[in-house]
Design a protein around this ligand. Structure first.
Ligand SMILES: Cc1cc2nc3c(=O)[nH]c(=O)nc-3n(C[C@H](O)[C@H](O)[C@H](O)COP(=O)(O)OP(=O)(O)OC[C@H]3O[C@@H](n4cnc5c(N)ncnc54)[C@H](O)[C@@H]3O)c2cc1C
Length: 299
């Protein structure tokens, strides 16, 4: 069986491609599943515990949202990300960052491109999301104008540089699709927090691609037990508010009386929280409905 040291050797500096020209790669690692256990059991030492005890402890810690044992491990990545995506990424303040400087060096000559079938349409319900795709013929035109624009923007940048304009000023009209690179170091607790937010379906597709690659290609092999618990309790777990719990209780009682296993929209509306009844649009109700569908309680 591969040890953690073998996994680290195999992964270090291996570039996992993301988008058309981005990547993530592991640079350094401190810790493994065992470090979480060691931190939590600081008073006991190794002893004679079985692996299954360690797994149970890690799962307990993650389930109950303990933090500091997960802060004992650190991961350093090198990432190459388009600027618009990086702007979202950099909001996670608990990481340490060193970014490529376009004051010292020429801006990276690569931009995120979109394939003809990759242009998403604006979501109607979720104002900051997308849903579906523009048709392929329109997509072809959009990709062609994107290529033309990106080429012009780069040419303008290089013209300014050739005329002696300072790099710090010449860059100002480069598009947000321009790639940047950075070292990004974060502890395991905050990395899991980042992944929970950015692997979520509400996150923008581009950053989700990065988060999913970090999670599945790097974290999963390096922290297999933590990763399993993270998927079970965070990524695929369902959190229920007091209101949602009460909706379920009312809905299940209604279904039991009617002798049905699954409810309709009418059942859901009858069981909804009283405060939602008079609202035309209610995001909390929509979220509740989605959760109940996921639990197979609603059609
Ligand atoms: C789907 C989605 C949509 C978003 N939309 C927007 C938007 O429209 N506009 C916008 O501006 N942002 C938006 N954000 C960014 C979001 O509000 C957070 O800034 C970002 O996700 C970083 O999360 P964080 O603060 O929890 O992470 P980190 O900065 O890594 O912090 C981790 C945790 O540490 C603690 N912490 C860190 N720093 C401090 C501090 N200074 N004081 C107190 N506690 C601290 C907090 O508990 C925090 O949760 C969005 C994020 C997501 C995932």
């Amino acid at each position: 069986m591969a040890t953690n040291a073998d996994q680290v050797t195999a992964l270090r500096w291996k570039k996992f491609p993301v988008l058309n020209d981005g990547f993530v790669c592991l640079v350094d690692l401190m810790g493994d599943d065992q470090s979480v256990v060691q931190a939590a059991r600081v008073s006991y030492g190794e002893g004679t515990r079985k692996v299954s005890d360690d797994r149970g402890l890690i799962r307990y810690l993650l389930r109950h949202r303990h933090t500091t044992p997960f802060e004992m491990s650190e991961v350093k990545l090198l990432v190459r990300v388009p600027m618009d995506c990086w702007r979202q990424w950099i909001r996670h303040r608990t990481a340490n960052v060193n970014e490529y400087s376009t004051r010292y060096s020429l801006a990276i000559n690569a931009m995120q491109t979109t394939t003809h079938d990759g242009w998403r349409t604006q979501a109607v319900q979720n104002r900051q999301g997308s849903s579906g795709f523009v048709d392929e013929r329109q997509g072809e035109a959009l990709s062609a104008s994107e290529a033309e624009f990106q080429e012009r923007a780069r040419a303008l940048y290089e013209e300014r540089i050739a005329l002696g304009v300072a790099r710090e000023q010449a860059r100002k009209d480069l598009p947000l699709s321009t790639y940047t690179e950075a070292y990004w170091k974060v502890d395991l607790h905050n990395l899991l927090h980042f992944l929970a937010l950015r692997m979520d379906s509400h996150a923008q597709w581009e950053i989700r691609e990065y988060a999913t690659t970090i999670g599945e290609q790097i974290m999963k092999p390096l922290f297999p037990i933590v990763w399993e618990a993270f998927v079970d309790y965070r990524l695929e777990g369902v959190f229920l508010s007091r209101l949602e719990r009460d909706v379920i209780v009312r809905l299940v009682a209604r279904l039991a009386t009617a002798g049905r296993a699954q409810g309709s929209e009418e059942d859901f509306l009858a069981a909804q929280d009283p405060a939602w009844v008079d609202m035309q649009r209610c995001r909390e109700r929509d979220e509740c409905r989605e959760k109940l569908r996921g639990l197979n309680l609603l059609k």
